[in-house]
Design a protein around this ligand. Structure first.
Ligand SMILES: Nc1ncnc2c1ncn2[C@@H]1O[C@H](COP(=O)(O)OP(=O)(O)OP(=O)(O)O)[C@@H](O)[C@H]1O
Length: 243
């Protein structure tokens, strides 16, 4: 069997009294797109930050393509692209300057034009980050996650807040990542259904289920993924539509 792209074993993380990630174990195969679903506060962001080496676990083990994201930080940085919900980028730099800066970190970066086309920001090349709309800032953070041709891509709320056209464009972009492994945090069932090979359901930091979208629906005896989510977690998923 080939080496897993991501291995997580018995991962724990607590903030004071709150257990954010509670004994999570999972394996993601190379090329797989794994959806991460859970209500607000379920532990999704904490889990992906632990996988990316941005937080220190209390217990447990993480490997990205066989490497420890904290001990082998430099190596993992070349292999992993991360788009986080709140990207803190240099506000005064333009889109072009930020792309140039990020491209300088990698030996074989994607061409700037290719990235600008993917996220439809060609016209904003000379616009400062602080002047971009929220959706444009988010699209730029996705482009920056892909600059270094990462083998593993983490996308946190890929299309939240984007208009329908931009969402479809992002989906096509993810579908174009054929060899890459993708961890996709989402609240959008249509997105998960379309893009994900398997889905992990998190609730209160624990894995409730991990299966294909069809497998989750069958296991819950549900009509669709949204109903399966509600049945398996006992919670309503808050989406942009019903927030
Ligand atoms: N830095 C922090 N300090 C203290 N508590 C935190 C911190 N970050 C997260 N938490 C708590 O840990 C739990 C898990 O939070 P996390 O952000 O990982 O959930 P999430 O599933 O990503 O939620 P959302 O959908 O709202 O982004 C929550 O109860 C949250 O309040």
């Amino acid at each position: 069997m080939s080496q897993p792209a991501i291995e997580v074993e018995n991962l724990h993380k607590r903030y004071g009294d709150v257990v954010a990630v509670d004994d999570v174990s999972l394996t993601v195969a190379p090329g797989e797109v794994l959806g991460v679903l859970g209500v607000n506060g379920a532990g999704k962001t904490t889990m992906i930050e632990l996988i990316a080496g941005l937080r220190v676990p209390d217990r447990g083990r993480v490997r990205v393509l066989g490497r420890d994201p904290r001990r082998d930080r430099a190596a993992v940085r070349q292999l992993l692209g991360v788009q986080l919900q709140q990207a803190e980028l240099h506000a005064a730099l333009t889109v072009g300057e930020l792309l140039g800066l990020y491209r300088s970190f990698y030996p074989d970066p994607r061409p700037a034009d290719e990235l600008l086309d993917l996220v439809e920001l060609r016209a904003q090349r000379r616009t400062r980050f602080e002047k971009l709309s929220g959706g444009q800032q988010q699209r730029l953070s996705i482009a920056l996650a892909l600059v270094g041709r990462p083998q593993v891509v983490i996308l946190d709320e890929l299309t939240t807040g984007l208009d329908p056209r931009a969402r479809r464009r992002m989906w096509a972009g993810v579908e174009g990542l054929r060899d890459e492994t993708v961890l996709l945090v989402s609240h959008a069932m249509d997105e998960v259904q379309r893009l994900c090979d398997r889905v992990v359901l998190l609730d209160a930091g624990r894995v409730v289920a991990l299966d294909t979208p069809a497998g989750l629906v069958a296991r819950a005896g549900a009509a669709n993924l949204e109903e399966a989510f509600v049945r398996l977690t006992g919670k309503e998923l808050v989406t942009e539509e019903n927030a």
